[in-house]
Ligand binder design. Sequence first.
Ligand code: HEM
Length: 239
Amino acid sequence: MTAFFAALLYLATAVVVGGLAYRTWDYARTPAPLKIPTTPAPVTRGGVALRLLREVALFESLFRSNLWTWAFGWIFHVGLALVLVRHLRYFIEPVWGWVAFLQPFGIYGGFMMAAGLAGLWARRLLVARVRYISTPSDHLMIALLLAVAGTGLAMKYVAHTDIVAVKAFTLGLLYFDWQPLPPDGLVYAHLALVALLMLIFPFSKLLHAPGIFFSPTRNQADDPRERRHLAPWAARLDP
Ligand code: HEM
């Protein structure tokens, strides 16, 4: 099992890193020929940076469009961020001070993830017009993320796993000095689900974070009179 999970996690890491790089490059080369910031929009580049920051940290435009989706979505993402920071302890030795400090908050993060996902799933099941446009993959993505959170929380609260051995395994992967994975069904389930998530992540709708930085409605300043907007391909045609 150790060899199987080591190989699976190496493969999943290669796919997620390569896939993310490819998708980001794909966003970057998508033409943005028009000046189309959603107004009211900032008129300076500094203002645009601030707008993007608010979008990334607070999901500002989602807040304006749908309060319930915003609330559950934001809770889920903040929970996920806390959980990922908490997981850093499995990959570094000695553990950095701020990672140690954030450990208890990571636990709240696990519950926030589950609560946010439950709300987002309820919305897809209970709101008729959202149910109508929901595809099986929309439901499966939520189910997969809930299963990752569920198996993680079960290791903490239902059947403790040997986290010292899990850490030896993950550090072994990093330093190519392989150590045995503890024989524990919940660890196997958690890691298999995480690997599945990593394998599909770059090609699924779950990859949307880089897109915000390349979205012309968000990343352009409202300055069409001050500066002429010229896409690189159009500039080549311009004598
Ligand atoms: C190779 C990667 C990973 C390893 C080795 C790993 C391992 C673990 C372990 C051992 C626990 C139990 C913690 C405890 O008992 O204190 C746990 C908990 C958890 N895991 Fe993971 N995990 C990984 C990736 C992920 C990812 C990518 C997510 C989310 C998308 C995730 C979500 C959770 C959650 C929500 C918990 C419960 C809350 C917590 O203890 O932080 N895990 N994980």
